[in-house]
Design a protein. Structure first.
Length: 247
């Protein structure tokens, strides 16, 4: 039976999603839980990587498990019993063997959260980027508008080996919400380059703080040339949803 899982995690204590030699990635903990329940190794496939410190409300993953091991409805609870409290299976469903958590995905939604106030409330620790200086909401919206659409985002991504074959991506929408001191930027797109959302968030905040002009950002975007740019901290980023044609 192929299970599709919706996985939530608080990323502060983990080395990201993808399995690591240290054994403290989210994937490592999930595969250990499956092995404990199935009595044999189980390979878990995720929809994509998240870096150390990044959170998720609904990361998507799939695994093939013995059909007679337990009823579908029991899998979330059984897995959660073997997982750290910061990782939880929020839902599970049986899918066809044609489904692949990564290759069947047609888009992702990320949310980046900023706390714009002189002091960071302790309960927001590890969940937001603390930016105490003044931020202009209109300038912030202007930067979000610049980055919306189909562009070559090479200048707004970090280098990674192997390099992607092409760096054109489509950002369908960037929703900007300001509620008191909390600012949330929600990115919807077909796919994102390495650290692209965090670099775009930092660029938008820099413009809103008056540290870079919209024209300068437009020039960087048009150049398509990788350059050093500020990357917003991992703690403010959350994977909200992986989008499929059939949920």
């Amino acid at each position: 039976m192929r299970l599709r899982l919706d996985v939530a995690y608080h990323g502060a204590g983990f080395k990201g999603w993808q399995s690591q030699a240290c054994g403290n990635a989210v994937q490592d903990h999930l595969e250990n839980a499956f092995a404990a329940l199935c009595g044999e190794p189980v390979c878990l496939q995720g929809a994509g990587r998240t870096d150390a410190g990044v959170h998720a409300e609904a990361q998507s993953a799939h695994a093939d498990v013995p059909a007679d091991r337990m009823p579908l409805r029991q899998w979330p609870g059984a897995l959660n019993a073997h997982l750290p409290a910061a990782i939880r299976i929020m839902g599970a469903q049986e899918v066809s063997t044609d489904f692949h958590a990564r290759f069947s995905a047609i888009g992702k939604i990320y949310r980046y959260t900023i706390w714009n106030g002189p002091a960071l409330p302790p309960l927001e620790r590890d969940r937001v980027w603390h930016v105490p200086g003044a931020i202009d909401p209109e300038r912030l919206a202007g930067a979000c508008g610049l980055f919306t659409g189909t562009h070559d985002f090479a200048a707004f991504s970090a280098r990674r080996r192997p390099e992607p074959r092409q760096t054109v991506r489509s950002v369908h929408a960037i929703h900007c919400e300001v509620a008191g001191s909390k600012i949330q930027l929600t990115f919807e797109g077909g796919g994102f380059l390495y650290k692209m959302v965090r670099i775009l968030a930092a660029a938008a905040i820099r413009h809103a703080a008056g540290r870079v002009t919209l024209e300068e950002l437009a020039e960087r975007l048009a150049s398509g040339t990788p350059r050093f740019l500020q990357t917003a901290p991992a703690c403010g980023l959350c994977l909200v949803k992986v989008v499929y044609r059939v949920s």
